[in-house]
Design a protein around this ligand. Structure first.
Ligand SMILES: C[S@@+](CC[C@H](N)C(=O)[O-])C[C@H]1O[C@@H](n2cnc3c(N)ncnc32)[C@H](O)[C@@H]1O
Length: 228
């Protein structure tokens, strides 16, 4: 499903990368972007689009239970908690989880979020029950088995929201080069691959938005055939 082959790097490299870079990743949400590189500014734009689309889709949060897969520094979880939702966040970077807890507490919604440590597939393996929605933003960029992960998310939630980075010259080449230099694999998806991954995961795409040439944002539900 990936355009580029990542033969050497794997999930433990992703985890190590986000342990090392948690603080600088969270800076991308900060107000002062003047000093950031053009790459960071471009990346930040797509981050805001996916952020806005997700908040808009899940804004009616009162009484809802959401699952934030790869919750990072907890920005989405906290905003949704501020709108009345209860959010469970899972991440395998404890540095990110520390930032997430601190941010939720500073926004006074610490009691509506539950940030848990774990590699998502392992964490999910002993979970049952249903969330109203599960979302993974900026996470499938680093997932080597997207069908397995999407299938597991849809097992646990009625709606599934995901952002997908797309290959585009020269942006994805530069990103690939930059991340691999830092020891982290990164994956890109064309639209037909995104559609195929959903199909194989038994999901039907209800909404698909482009993120300004940087990727796609999808909202999906179990396909009618699967639901029967
Ligand atoms: C680019 S950050 C995005 C964070 C957050 N979703 C956001 O949009 O602000 C990716 C996060 O996903 C986490 N992550 C990646 N793969 C994961 C996995 N298989 N299980 C748990 N966490 C994962 C990383 O540790 C990192 O915190």
């Amino acid at each position: 499903m990936t355009l580029y082959k990542n033969t050497v790097l794997d999930a433990s490299d992703v985890r190590d990368y986000f342990k090392r870079t948690a603080a600088s990743f969270d800076d991308l949400y900060g107000a002062d972007q003047q000093a950031k590189s053009p790459f960071d500014r471009l990346f930040r734009k797509a981050m805001y689009w996916r952020f806005e689309l997700t908040l808009d889709a899940l804004c009616d949060g009162k009484g809802k239970n959401y699952l934030d897969v790869g919750c990072g520094s907890g920005r989405h979880a906290t905003l949704l908690a501020e709108r009345g939702a209860h959010v469970t966040g899972v991440d395998f970077s404890d540095e990110m989880l520390t930032l997430a807890k601190g941010y939720a507490n500073s926004c006074k919604v610490g009691n509506q979020v539950d940030f848990q440590f774990g590699q998502f597939m392992e964490w999910a393996s002993n979970k049952t029950g249903k969330f109203n929605a599960a979302y993974a933003l900026g996470v499938f960029d680093y997932v080597d088995k997207p069908v397995e992960m999407l299938t597991e998310m849809s097992r646990l939630a009625e709606q599934v929201i995901v952002s997908w980075p797309t290959p585009s010259f020269p942006r994805s080449h530069l990103r690939k080069w930059r991340y691999e230099k830092a020891g982290c694999p990164v994956y890109f998806y064309k639209q037909d691959q995104v559609e195929e991954i959903h199909k194989k995961s038994g999901l039907e795409i209800k909404r698909l938005h482009t993120l300004g040439g940087a990727g796609f944002w999808t909202l999906a539900e179990k396909s009618q055939l699967e639901a029967k």
